[in-house]
Design a protein around this ligand. Structure first.
Ligand code: HEC
Ligand code: HEC
Length: 459
């Protein structure tokens, strides 16, 4: 009894102490924080085409080696010849290496009209499974593979067309929004009735170890599913399925935040995007199709390669800001906050402490995302549930490093299917929960809009 009392007092003291420390951090004026360091101590000031490909600072020699092995794995081109290295591609696949879609550890590019798909892929499904995840489409699985090794059939050939609409700001500046329309040609067998598709462009992969290190509590704090505070913005956590631990888990990765962990996303990519089987996903994506043969059934990838590649992604640093003290950039940042962008693109988090990962522990980071999904309106909708995320809902994209996209990737294709060709188009596609904010942006003067864009370019 006496002992219990004593323990309680110690416990209460600890809680108060932690609360106090936390408060002391929080009451700091956000504007006074040094947000040049987007990734906390895992920030690098390299602005060239390799800006997204830098390893964490301060890693041990052993971890650095692991990172480098993973780097090679990420770049490795797979093939279908059993006598060669990196064997196991296909029989059906989307692309030949991780790096062929996540170009320079950055994003993919939307295909032009008539161009074959390369770094953009289409998910396919028929309704939902018991966990509300997308249900595989009969004969096609969960993803359309538009390429195949010699002697086998691709699932179908995908072509894209865009319908385009022109618009104008009040001051006469014009912009144009293009909507992609995908056609599935020559399916190897009949497509199931009522199938659903979702186009996804390859995302940037740097800084993900830090996003994985944000605590669930801190993410859930910003969720307001029923919009209790009445600001028109709800924000909802998505819960995907952790296949290793066999449980539902807060999703963080992918355009709908349906994926709980980096290792599972990577294993899924090997299996689905490249046809490379591994210990997490040992069954070929072609299973049940005519091109599936038993010889495809053996595990293609060494367990150590998968671990190293996941580790590589977890330990990619974040590029620091440029021009953060420029007056126009500072003005743009203020407008970004005033008109409501920062309600979803949350500026800053502190990562949680993790004994096994001192590199990601207790860092003040500036990712400009809330890691939640939001209704973005019918224009962007894929009309397909992905766990908790409805057809209209997408994860708030992290904006850190986004100003270097053109330098690393040679284009400014934004949004989940790359339909936006610059920042203005990306913003003007915002709708649904972001309607009011988008309209605020629309009503800005040209000088103010330019300042917001200049701010985005400084991230
Ligand atoms: C055919 C193109 C393609 C290939 C090849 C590919 N990816 Fe991806 N990757 C994507 C797309 C598309 C997404 C977004 C998926 C979604 O929204 O569900 C993605 C998302 C990811 C993410 C989550 C990023 C985030 O910010 O949420 C990781 C991690 C990832 N891929 C790792 C890999 C690894 C590792 C490989 C190689 C084994 C790989 N990818 C190969 C297209 C590709
Ligand atoms: C209601 C929440 C919300 C608000 C408010 C909001 N955004 Fe977004 N933003 C999102 C979501 C969700 C996406 C991803 C949409 C998609 O890919 O279809 C996104 C995507 C973006 C992208 C493209 C990122 C990428 O990687 O492709 C940019 C740029 C962007 N937002 C800037 C802004 C700016 C500037 C404002 C203020 C004018 C703003 N956003 C307001 C939720 C929001």
């Amino acid at each position: 009894m006496c002992k219990a009392w004593y323990n309680n007092i110690i416990f209460i003291f600890c809680v108060l102490f932690l609360c106090f420390c936390r408060k002391a951090e929080e009451i700091k004026n956000e504007d006074d924080l040094n947000d040049w360091y987007s990734g906390g101590k895992q920030t690098v000031f390299i602005n060239g085409s390799n800006a997204f490909s830098q390893s964490f600072n301060g890693m041990s020699e052993l971890k650095l080696q692991q990172h480098e092995i993973g780097d090679k794995g990420f770049a490795a081109v797979f093939n279908s010849d059993p006598n060669q290295l990196n064997y196991g591609l296909g029989p059906i696949f989307n692309n030949v290496s991780c790096g062929s879609c996540h170009i320079g550890d950055g994003r993919g590019k939307a295909p032009n009209i008539g161009e074959p798909l390369s770094s953009l892929l289409l998910r396919i499904s028929s309704g939902n499974d018991i966990n509300n995840g997308p249900q595989d489409a009969q004969g096609f699985g969960g993803q359309l593979q538009q390429r195949a090794i010699l002697g086998t059939n691709a699932e179908c050939i995908i072509t894209v067309n865009y319908t385009e609409n022109a618009f104008q700001f009040a001051d006469g500046e014009t912009y144009s929004l293009r909507t992609p329309v995908y056609t599935l040609n020559n399916p190897y067998t009949t497509l199931p009735a009522g199938y659903l598709i979702s186009a996804r462009m390859a995302t940037p992969v740097f800084g993900l170890g830090l996003l994985e290190a944000i605590s669930e509590t801190d993410i859930l704090k910003n969720a307001d599913e029923l919009d209790v505070n009445g600001d028109g913005i709800s924000g909802k956590a998505n819960y995907g399925y952790n296949v290793i631990e066999n449980k539902k888990q807060l999703g963080r990765f992918g355009w709908k935040a349906a994926m709980p962990t980096i290792i599972q996303q990577s294993a899924g990519a090997y299996n689905q995007d490249m046809g490379v089987t591994n210990f997490i996903f040992p069954i070929e994506s072609s299973y049940g199709q005519p091109q599936y043969t038993l010889s495809n059934g053996k595990k293609d990838l060494a367990d150590s390669t998968l671990s190293a590649v996941a580790f590589y992604i977890k330990t990619l640093a974040v590029p620091g800001r440029r021009d953060a003290n420029n007056e126009e950039v500072k003005k743009g940042k203020n407008i970004f906050k005033q008109i409501g962008c920062a309600k979803c693109h949350i500026q800053t988090f502190i990562t949680q402490t993790n004994m096994t990962s001192p590199e990601t522990s207790n860092q003040r980071i500036f990712p400009y995302t809330d890691m939640l999904v939001h209704d973005m309106g019918n224009g962007l909708a894929d009309n397909r549930n992905d766990y908790n995320a409805t057809g209209n809902e997408w994860r708030t994209s992290p904006l850190w490093g986004i100003g270097l996209t053109n330098i690393v990737n040679g284009h400014n294709n934004f949004l989940h299917d790359g339909r936006a060709r610059n920042f203005i188009e990306a913003i003007m596609w915002h709708s649904g929960e972001a309607d009011a904010t988008k309209n605020n942006f629309k009503n800005l003067s040209k000088t103010e809009r330019d300042a917001v864009i200049k701010f985005l370019n400084s991230l």
